[in-house]
Design a protein around this ligand. Structure first.
Ligand code: SF4
Length: 374
């Protein structure tokens, strides 16, 4: 518990934030960094919290970040026992955190290597999907609200991303081919930066979506298709009856159209034996070894098992959607990992994430893994 008292002098509050029951490890740090960026040096943020551990952790954070914790007040009904909730006054100081330099100009992306913030950007085109996979981190389904990414926002984000040194844009969903303006969205973004488009490959066999697929620049657009097993059993169990055969057909179409096709399988450790057969099957389809990926399930969205995702356990992969920005693409249903309430300006999103990374490095945080979806 903090021994600080409320500020004795009257303090003008520039911004208030209700942190609820979040603690510093599960999202409060991210939320605070974003809000401290909105106020000027010398201005004060008033934080409301119901989480007791914040009283112990916040002074250390403020010290590392170069801010002043002016005071704490217990505003609970029984302030004598100190059960909260609490109010904390934080004055923005001059940051003592050394922000890492801009992204490296030329970067070889290899599986497992962290990408400097600003080199890779994720973009959710929409959230609805023709499938409802048991482990879907985005909680997508045919009934999920589309939350369509406006083409203009995607184009502006891609332009800003490319201008500040971005190397790779990854477009995902939901199923991106359900976005009614995907052709224009991919055309405008891929003109700025190479695009990898994640798809279940089930809906572009014919018609307008087939024409959309054929419109993509083969030199600027890579397709990443989800396929969880060589045979149908595991894939269909996780992703729905009949989905394996349709995904295979989609992979063949994409290959016939001369796309570079990457295939990503997702499964829990208990199903790892499926990996060998799948790799062989993909070789038979002409998928190069470097384009075969195995991903763990993330414990997000529909998944009640899998890798725990927090800012301390996974490297950041900045992610934009129509209604906000997140730490990582597998965490878009996790309010604790939301970075901003709007996707633009991208610079704000990247700055907040860099601030958090710098704080973690300053504090000597170790042990994060790279959770690579591509
Ligand atoms: S995992 Fe992909 S294909 Fe499955 S429901 Fe989610 S978005 Fe759709």
């Amino acid at each position: 518990m903090s021994s600080l008292s409320p500020p004795t002098a009257h303090v003008v509050v520039a911004l208030e934030y209700d942190g609820g029951d979040m603690d510093c490890g599960s999202g409060l740090l991210l939320a605070l960094m974003a809000r401290m960026r909105r106020i000027e040096e010398g201005e004060v943020l008033l934080l409301h919290t119901r989480e007791p551990s914040v009283l112990a952790d916040l002074p250390a954070w403020a010290r590392l970040a170069g801010h002043d914790l002016l005071g704490v007040r217990d505003v609970g009904a029984d302030a004598v026992t100190g059960s909260g909730p609490w109010q904390l006054w934080i004055e923005r100081g001059r940051s003592t955190v050394a922000v890492p330099p801009s992204p490296l100009p030329a970067l070889e992306y290899t599986s497992g290597a962290p990408a400097p913030v600003g080199t890779r950007l994720w973009l959710y085109s929409n959230f609805h999907c023709n499938l409802a996979c048991s482990y879907c981190c985005a909680a997508s389904s045919p009934q999920t609200a589309p939350r369509l990414m406006p083409v203009s926002v995607a184009a502006e984000a891609a332009e800003e991303f490319a201008a500040q040194g971005g190397r790779e844009l990854l477009i995902t969903g939901g199923e991106p081919f359900l976005h009614p303006e995907l052709e224009e969205l991919v055309s405008l973004t891929s003109a700025q930066v190479p695009v990898t488009l994640l798809t279940n490959a089930m809906v572009f066999e014919r018609g307008r979506r087939r024409a959309t697929l054929e419109s993509f620049d083969r030199d600027r657009v890579t397709l990443q298709v989800s396929l969880d097993s060589a045979g149908a059993e595991l894939h269909d169990r996780q992703r729905g009856a009949g989905s394996h055969a349709k995904a295979l057909a989609g992979i063949r179409i994409a290959r016939e159209l001369d796309f570079t096709v990457r295939v990503a399988a997702t499964f829990l450790p208990r199903d790892a034996a499926a990996a060998g057969d799948l790799s062989q099957a993909l070789a038979g389809l002409g998928i190069q070894e470097k384009d075969r990926l195995i991903r763990p399930v993330a414990q997000e969205g529909y998944a009640d098992d899998g890798v725990e995702i927090t800012i301390d356990t996974v490297e950041p992969e900045p992610t934009l959607a129509a209604d906000g920005a997140w730490w990582h693409p597998v965490a878009v249903t996790n309010r604790h990992l939301k970075v901003a309430d709007a996707p633009l300006p991208l610079a704000h999103v990247l700055d907040v994430i860099r601030d958090v990374v710098a704080i973690q490095e300053t504090a000597g945080a170790q042990g994060r893994t790279v959770f690579r979806c591509t």
